[in-house]
Design a binder for this molecule. Structure first.
Ligand SMILES: Cc1ncc(COP(=O)(O)O)c(C=O)c1O
Length: 365
């Protein structure tokens, strides 16, 4: 079976993890944490990096550190992974949904303002499958209404908006280092920011809100710390991050060159101002393809090719649907129905891509 994604640990991971074990530094204290935070935040063009145990906790930590709480509203795209919405829900705030724009599949900047109310405190965008949101108009509207901008960049390590890497384009940027991500620590996350005060709060709340007067707490904090073992893998992965991004982009170019002639398959977007890192190489299976997306997925599985459906939008999730009854998000709905993630990992070979495309073409009959 060709997997959708698998980690590639071909650098110094074993050497650095062995070092942690030999030196007994296995908890969230240890040299690899700060080294990973410094290296990754610098890579994003941010001054500060606060590593966490996964991407979901990075999102929740960012929201909590910006003071988002019960009664507030946070604007998010409906076409996203569940963690974007859940992290808002954890704070007691309400996720307010916006449709996607067809040209990037990301939150539609022209539909944000109509969703702003007196309760709105933040816009949390998500760079879908590695393609940056159109951040210019988003930061403009946020400035006008005095809102925080949080980037859910879990899928977009190294992605660029007008030549700048995502993560440091708003007030806080959140990443995931789960095993299928562009770089991984097994499980892991990080919030990056250029704001010293936000960074201080992130550090404080990550660590149970421990302050110099130990065991006296002024805030409700969390244990969202990353371990030195995870960070050791992260430091090793920083040594191959450029190669990892380039592999994703090279594979996408090859997929595009072969799939462009298959009728009924819409290729993933790349706006002229964007550098898509294709975390997931995702295509839309249109009606003109002649086989429904779900049937195509079964067909591919029978031939030894694993795939995933695109995200089911938040407004149709069983756990959230009641809250958004009657609301319409046609673009996100279409992406959710027709999108499929093809194998996208860094271990994928040209021959495998050729086989995947030939198999898709053969499904047309
Ligand atoms: C957009 C988005 N946000 C958040 C997350 C959560 O990250 P994690 O699985 O590390 O908690 C993911 C994970 O894939 C994601 O795709």
């Amino acid at each position: 079976m060709i997997p959708v994604c698998e980690p590639k640990l071909s650098g110094k991971e074993l050497e650095y993890v062995t070092d942690c074990i030999k030196t007994n530094w296995i908890s969230s204290k240890g040299k690899y944490i700060t080294e990973f935070e410094e290296k990754f935040s610098k890579y994003c063009g941010a001054k500060y990096g606060i590593a966490t145990c996964n991407g979901t906790t990075a999102l929740h930590l960012a929201l909590a550190s910006l003071g988002i709480k019960s009664g507030d509203e946070v604007i998010i795209p409906t076409f996203t992974m569940i963690a974007t919405a859940n992290s808002v829900t954890y704070t007691g705030a309400k996720p307010v949904l916006v449709d996607s724009e067809p040209k990037t599949w990301n939150i539609d900047p022209s539909k944000i303002e109509e969703k702003i109310t007196k309760r709105t405190k933040a816009i949390m965008v998500m760079h879908t499958y590695g393609h940056s949101c159109d951040m210019g108009p988003i930061t403009e509207v946020a400035k006008e209404h005095d809102l925080w901008v949080i980037e859910d960049a879990a899928e977009a390590h190294g992605a660029e908006y007008k030549g700048k890497r995502v993560g440091a384009l708003g007030d806080a940027g959140c990443f995931s280092f789960y095993a299928n991500k562009i770089i991984t620590t097994g499980e892991g996350g990080m919030v990056v920011t250029n704001d010293e005060k936000i960074a201080e709060m992130l550090r404080l709340l990550r660590d149970q809100a421990f302050e110099p007067k130990r065991f006296l707490h002024r805030y409700i904090g969390f244990n969202y710390r990353m371990t030195n073992l995870q960070a050791a893998i992260g430091v090793a992965q920083m040594g191959v991050i450029d190669e990892s991004v380039e592999t994703r982009r090279r594979n996408a170019r090859f997929y595009n060159s072969l799939l462009k002639d298959v009728e009924g398959i819409t290729l993933p977007p790349e706006a002229p101002w964007a550098k898509n890192v294709y975390w997931m190489y995702t295509v839309l299976v249109e009606n003109s393809f002649g086989m429904e997306r779900d049937k195509l997925m079964v067909y591919l599985k029978e031939k030894g090719i694993d795939t995933r459906s695109a995200f089911y939008p938040i407004h149709i999730q069983p756990v959230y649907a009641e809250q958004y009854k009657g609301e319409k998000y046609p673009v996100a709905g279409k992406l959710g129905r027709k999108g499929v993630n093809l194998p996208s990992g860094n271990t994928l070979t040209k021959d495998q891509i050729r086989f995947i495309v030939e198999t898709i073409a053969s499904a047309k009959g």
